[in-house]
Write a protein that binds this ligand. Structure first.
Ligand SMILES: Cc1cc2nc3c(=O)[nH]c(=O)nc-3n(C[C@H](O)[C@H](O)[C@H](O)COP(=O)(O)OP(=O)(O)OC[C@H]3O[C@@H](n4cnc5c(N)ncnc54)[C@H](O)[C@@H]3O)c2cc1C
Length: 491
């Protein structure tokens, strides 16, 4: 099934989870000032599937469910399917200009990947019941076109000790009791973006192989299940309207929340991974290769963003005449190098895809390396924008009403224009710039760009310790062969 925006709005108006905001439980997320912006952007995502320009990229006949679905639910069977998935996702993120990374497609792809490995990972390791659970969860998500959020990371209570040694062992989500109808879980997860307006949630902790088994479970439940609670951060929505002053915040601000399980009953048929933490690496790096998949999705998001940031840098410097300076050209060139490398990574990851019996997946070396690299490139592109715009990014008249006073308008028109832009277009452009590099939404995205796939230090280190582990000998041999050809002393 492919829903329309209005279907999602109707559903979430009634089925939204419990979210606390400024001391109250949110009654209607579709109207609440802190949530209505992302809620309507999610609705727009669904509507894109019905838009003439987009539908040929976003709709596909899905043989796994025997009906048309979003491309984001397609299980790629060959490189051609994978290229279609890539191009569909690029179309979505070009629309978002690389923002709004927790759009429904993000977890649709996870659902599809888990479904593809229902038998050879979940069934093989946990038994046929868990395999069937995953198959049903995929079918339910696909046939109803459901919107999922997810939560992975334990609260930052004390990173120097495992959660089982914390003063309260149920700060991280853990199993409290196993019952015939399911397990009772208690605890919290640090961030769930989009939680307050999601219909479903995945809890899938980033455990280590030696984690206490009580923390080792993955499950999917409706976000409005009894006992599920979200504590939302402040909305970064601009004052009423705001499309002129904050063109990104007013359309593409996502919401982030702490997810709490307050003694929640998780039925057995919603669990897919249970109490075997030693199997986590096979899920992350090998059989399922979840890391390869979600990093690939991020490369798509950041490829769209970098193209947008390159355009912003060009528009600003060409209007101000600073594009004639070689140091400015060098910096714009730097952003374009990142664009080109991401484009290359997206094509190469499909050309060198891994064709497995049940799914064809993007080349993980390329996907993970490019995504790790973007933990640097995207914040660097923002920094470049700050450097080339210099002081001009700051003194912009407060709002659209400044244009309504004729005398002020005369002054604005005279003194706020640029060589290449009239004052109105210049102010629009610089409002857009500020919303990317300076507003709360802009700064939140920069934090997201660095940390959303994990801490950059650990991820860059893992490029060596995990990602390229299997190819270590290939590289070291290039050195060893020379060493072997070098003469040894006679005695
Ligand atoms: C805007 C935003 C949205 C997000 N949305 C989601 C979401 O929807 N769902 C979700 O599950 N997660 C989400 N995340 C969370 C994200 O997954 C985590 O931020 C990420 O995994 C990094 O973990 P951390 O923030 O706990 O930092 P940590 O990994 O704890 O790192 C904190 C600091 O300590 C250092 N450090 C920590 N451990 C070690 C170690 N073992 N050795 C050396 N140094 C160490 C790091 O280098 C870093 O400087 C989001 C994050 C952001 C910023």
């Amino acid at each position: 099934m492919i829903r329309k925006g209005e279907d999602y709005l109707k559903s979430i108006k009634v089925n939204h989870p419990v979210t606390y905001y400024e001391g109250e439980i949110v009654e209607d997320v579709t109207e609440h000032p802190a949530f209505k912006i992302p809620v309507h952007t999610v609705a727009k995502y669904y509507d894109l599937h019905w838009d003439e320009e987009y539908k040929k990229y976003l709709r596909v006949y899905n043989p796994d469910v025997g009906e048309e679905t979003s491309i984001s639910f397609l299980r790629p069977r060959n490189k051609n399917d994978l290229a279609k998935l890539r191009d569909g996702l690029i179309k979505i993120y070009d629309f978002y200009r690389g923002f709004f990374g927790r759009s429904p497609d993000y977890l649709n792809v996870w659902n599809t990947v888990f479904y593809a490995h229902a038998e050879d990972y979940f069934g093989k390791n946990f038994g046929s019941k868990f395999m069937e659970n995953m198959i049903e969860i995929y079918k339910e998500a696909t046939k109803n076109d459901l919107f999922y959020t997810h939560a992975i990371v334990a609260p930052m209570y004390d990173r120097s000790r495992p959660p089982s040694q914390w003063e309260d062992p149920y700060i991280q989500v853990g199993i409290v009791e196993e019952k015939p109808e399911g397990v009772i879980v208690r605890g919290a997860s640090m961030i769930s973006t989009a939680g307050p307006y999601a219909e479903m949630l995945w809890y899938l902790p980033n455990i280590r192989r030696d984690t206490d088994p009580r923390y080792a479970l993955y499950f999917s439940i409706p976000a409005n299940t009894k006992g599920v609670k979200f504590l939302s951060r402040r909305g970064f929505q601009p004052r009423e309207g705001g499309e002129f002053e904050y063109p990104i915040s007013s359309k593409l601000d996502e919401s982030d929340a702490i997810l709490i399980f307050d003694n929640v009953l998780v039925p057995w048929d919603r669990i897919i991974f249970f109490k075997k933490p030693e199997l986590i690496e096979d899920l992350m790096w090998h059989t399922v290769n979840l890391r390869g998949w979600f990093n690939w999705h991020f490369v798509i998001q950041h490829y769209s963003r970098l193209k947008f940031l390159a355009g912003l840098a060009m528009a600003i410097t060409e209007a101000a005449g600073t594009n004639v300076f070689v140091n400015v050209q060098e910096k714009i060139g730097e952003i374009l190098l990142y664009v080109a490398l991401n484009e290359a990574a997206l094509y190469a990851s499909v050309d060198h895809a891994e064709e497995l019996p049940n799914i064809t997946r993007p080349n993980p070396y390329i996907a993970i390396s490019a995504s790790n690299f973007n933990m640097y490139t995207v914040p660097r592109a923002n920094e470049i924008l700050r450097l080339i715009a210099a002081g001009s990014s700051i003194p912009i008249p407060a709002g659209i009403k400044d244009f309504e006073n004729p005398e002020e308008r005369r002054l604005i028109d005279k003194y706020m224009s640029m060589k290449g832009l009239n004052a109105l277009d210049r102010i629009k452009l610089f409002n857009l710039l500020w919303d990317v590099i300076g507003s709360e939404t802009g700064m939140r995205y920069e934090q997201y760009d660095r940390f959303s796939r994990g801490d950059p230090t650990l991820r860059w280190a893992q490029t060596y310790t995990e990602v390229f582990k299997d190819r270590k000998h290939e590289f070291v041999k290039l050195v060893k062969d020379i060493l072997d050809q070098m003469p040894n002393p006679k005695a």
